[in-house]
Each structure stands twice: as C-alpha cells, then as structure tokens.
Design a protein around this ligand. Sequence first.
Ligand code: NAD
Ligand code: LMR
Ligand code: MN
Length: 582
Amino acid sequence: MSSPSSPDDNTVKVGLKGPTILNNPRFNKGSAFTRDERDQLGLRGRLPFAVDTLEEQTERAYIQYQSRESDLLKNSFLASLKSQNWTLYYSLLSKHLIEMFPIVYTPTEADAIAEYSNLFRRSEGLYLSPPEFDKMEEDFLDACEGRQLDLIVVSDAEAILGIGDQGSGGIAISAAKAVIYTLTAGIDPAKALAVTLDVGTNNEKLLDNDLYVGYREKRVRGQKYDDFVDKFVGLVKKHQPNCLLHFEDFGVTNAQRLLAKYRDQLPVFNDDIQGTGAVALAALQAGIAVTKSKLADQRIIIYGSGSAGLGIARQLRDAIKLESEDGKIDDKEASSKFWLMDKHGLIKKSLEKDKIRDEIEDDFIRSEDDWGSEENDLLTVVKKVKPTVLIGTSTQAGAFTEEVVKEMSKHVDRPIIFPLSNPTKKCEATPKDLRQWSNNKALISTGSPFDPVDNPDEGKKYVVAECNNALIYPGLGLGAILSRSTKMTDSMIIAGSKRLSELAPALTKKDPNESLLPDFGDAPKVNFEIALSVIKASTKDKVSREDTMPNPENEEKLREWASRKSWEPKYMEYKYDPEGLK
Ligand SMILES: NC(=O)c1ccc[n+]([C@@H]2O[C@H](COP(=O)([O-])OP(=O)(O)OC[C@H]3O[C@@H](n4cnc5c(N)ncnc54)[C@H](O)[C@@H]3O)[C@@H](O)[C@H]2O)c1
Ligand SMILES: O=C(O)C[C@H](O)C(=O)O
Ligand SMILES: [Mn+2]
C-alpha cells in the first residue's frame, strides 16, 4: 500500500475519515477495516459488522466476477472494483493473472474502449482538450495531487490497437497499460497517471452518437496539435522530471514524429514502435534459434508498415547490424533483408510519392530494378521473395491466406509467421489455420492470446507465444524508472529484448513445440528480469541518475534493492492523523 512510516513498520498515517476514505480507492479497505481503524476513522456504523481479511474479500470478488456472463461484463465489473479499492482489485488480478489478463487488457479492453461513451459511469485519470488549453497546467497539477509520479501513460487515441480512432475512449488504453505496469512490474498505482489528449475524433460513429462523452469536433491537426502536445510534454518536464512518459496508440505519423522530437529531452517511450519492436525481436530470436539459422540470413516480409511494422523493421535491422560482430553489415545491407508492405502493396520506388510515408527510410524502399511495375499483392511478393519470416501488423483479418502460407511453406522448412494485429478479430490468420496450411511446420506467435493448437505429428500441443508488447514494456519502463534514467536509450531496449528471448521456453526447454516467448502467467518474473538488464544498460550508457542504486555489477544486491521497491497489493494498518496521507 502507500509508503509506510518506517521500513519495518506496517502502519501508515492517513488524514482521511468517514465517507472520504471509503470513497478513495487508494486507501479504502471496505469490510477489511479493523475495529480499531473503524473507531479512529469514523467508520463503525458505515460498515457491516464482520471484519474480513484481504483473502476473504478476494474470494468474494472472484465469485462475483464469475457470475458476470460475458467478457465485457467481467471487464465492467473489474473497472468498477478498481474505482472502489485498488488493493482488492490488484489482489484479485494477481491471483487470477492468466484468466483476467485478456479481460482487463487485449482483447476485451478493445470492446470496452469502442463502447466507452455508452458504458461510461466513472471518470479516471486526466482528460485534456483544446478548449481548456489555457488551464492545462492547473488541471495537470490537480491530477498529480502533489505527488512525484513514476509513470504517465498518454494516448491521443488516433490508432487504438487495430480499431482505429476512438476519441475520448483513449483514456481507457492509457489506464489499461498502467494497470499492467502495476500488475507485472510493481509500479505503485498512486504514482501512475493515465492521460488522454482528447483533440477531437474523425470517427463518424462517435461524432454521431448523442451519448459521446468526448470533445465533439474533428481532430485538431497541424500547428495547433503540435502546440497542444508540446504544452503537455512541457508540463511533464517541469513538474514530473523523474517520470517515464509512455506514448500509446497515437496515429502513425504523429507517433514517429513525437518520439523523435522528445526522446532526447526526457525519458520517453513509444510502446507501439519500441515495445513492439523489442518483443517481436525477442520472439524472432527464439524462432531462429529453433531453425538454427542467423538473423542476417532471414528474408523478412513486414505486412503493414505503420507504427508497429516500422518499429519492428528498425529493431530487427539494428539487431542484424549488431549480430555482425566485425561491423561488416551496414544499414543498407541490413535493410535489404526486408520487404515492407502497406495498404498499396509492396513499398517500392515506382509507387507514387504520396503512397510512401515520409518516415520510411530510403533503404527500406525496394528498387525499380527488382520490382518495376510488377503486381505487388502479398501472394506475388511471397512468390518472388521466398520469405523465411512473415510478420503481420496490418489490422487486416485473414490477410495471411491459405495460398500465401502454402506458397511460403514451399520454400522454407520452418516458416516463421507472426500475425500480430490486435484484437483477436483483426489477426491476419489463426494459429490453427497456419499450422494446418504449413503441415504443422510454422513457428507462430500472435498479438492476442490463443490456445495451444493440436499437433498430430508430435502427440503434443503446439504452444502459441503471445507476442504482445505487454511482455516487455513494463520491464523496460521499470528499468528506466528504478534507474531514474534521463532517457530510454536503444541499448536499454535491446538489453531488455535480449533478456526476454533468453527466457523463451522453446530455448530453455530445448523443445520446438514450446512457446517462442514466456507465458503471460510469468509476466511479473519476466519483466523483473528485463528491468535488471535495462538498469545495467542504463548505467553503461551513463543515463542513470539514481544514487541509492547499488552497483549493477553486484547482481544480488541489485535484485534485492529492486525487489524491495515493488508495490504489492496488501493492506497497511492505518492511524488517523490530520496531517497524514490524503
Ligand atoms: N502485438 C503487439 O504487441 C502489437 C503492438 C502494436 C500494434 N499491434 C497491432 O498492429 C496493428 C497495427 O498497429 P499500428 O499501431 O502499427 O497501426 P498503424 O495504423 O500505425 O499501422 C497499420 C498499417 O497497416 C497498413 N495497412 C492497412 N491495410 C493494409 C493492407 N490491406 N495491407 C497491408 N497493409 C495495410 C496501414 O497502411 C498502416 O500503415 C494493430 O492491429 C495493432 O493492434 C500489435
Ligand atoms: O495493446 C496491445 O495489446 C498491444 C499494442 O500496443 C496494440 O496497440 O495492439
Ligand atoms: Mn498499442
């Protein structure tokens, strides 16, 4: 819970009483307030007589959760629990991690976001809109409640997962990403803030919905948009200089631009670009270890070259360069291993200029000599390229067809296929189909969770890795937060990705039917390991500012220090003090 008065003391002074403490999810214990606390805090008649333990409350909440029939109703139940009692909420989620991850996060959260205005009951986090530009500082400070924060997650909701522009519903992706930080990286929820930059929406369905709760205008663009974002980032720099600023689900052009603009100014991280690049690299490293090949020997098609696709391409390209120890592989050669595709097909020089986004580096654009005006649909490209790796970040369900997969399988023994688009309904192909069409040879990872697939050849199921950035961003963030890094450097991200791939069951168990990434049930342990590697890289890069941190060379001390910092859902004993925490 909140920081105790002394390290060996379980007590904390609180300055709230009666209904205000019951209505404060950070401090509320509900039926678990002790007799003494009820006396001190004016709660006696406000609570039923029995005093529950957290375990009993967790059990009751689980029974209530199970009685909700659909995933969306379960999601609403948990959102409501979160607004009442954080300790109980996180206790329940930690106890049923695997079961509840897909409910509070991908894929169910996507449905909750699409229905945000219709389901709206209670606000959370910070909503910023252009008409209140002049009051942004006041609103920002109010949301920080006088605390030094560790984490801010911000979205402008232009490209939410694969479901596009969701206007003010964007607050819910920021909040969901923050929940995962707490759940899997022990970030204190009182030190995290979810923000939406509600700059309008171009989603006609939302604009036409009488119940829409957001700023009902078309998206603000150009200088006005830049000024708005700049003012917000300026406030983070000014008032929360130690905080990690996590960008989520911005539209592709803004995502790239804003990352480049701010990444040297403060600890900024773009999850869709950097987190996705890092998790995909980890899964691919495990995949090529199974196929006993090298990264530099791959021919890689990236299908969908937006934030995620480009982020992955860049991360893999940099890893190929690093892999060539003698530095023989330069940018150009490393880029030649990639065929990037987008909604106009293969990205090649002969496409009209407006069909190639500015941020795509020249080296990634295929030349006239190779491609001319040839057809450039996926099947044609697969026929010609004979890829070893096919990655989907296109939001196009079903794009990896039977024909495409069969064609790919003709030329490579173990095709590596990662349909990463979320939520589940946007996935480029299901693992079951991919295995069937490839004669059970494909090595697969997906963006949303899928059950293991029957594997007739081996008498053992094939375990599908969930290649979702949630397996790495909490660890990358935790590493940056604990080391109080001035920025998130490329080496910190690569170190985290490398650590993640070492933990892949396909490698640790030396079994190709095992997953290319650790299970989400192990996400807390895995993200902790990632964080340690990130901290080490941050000291090497000399960006770490935390003086209380032990020398990272002393692994045991570092582990002990880092684990002591972790927030856990447990109740503290309260003493009333008007000057206490509020
Ligand atoms: N697994 C993960 O961790 C993870 C992380 C980030 C994004 N994603 C998923 O990846 C998808 C893309 O996300 P994003 O943030 O990059 O969005 P984005 O809008 O930046 O990119 C999507 C890209 O797909 C392209 N596209 C659209 N139709 C296409 C078609 N028919 N053929 C080829 N390309 C096409 C678009 O032109 C665009 O460049 C989403 O579904 C998202 O959920 C997954
Ligand atoms: O949100 C997710 O599940 C992963 C990713 O950030 C996405 O945008 O799809
Ligand atoms: Mn995202």
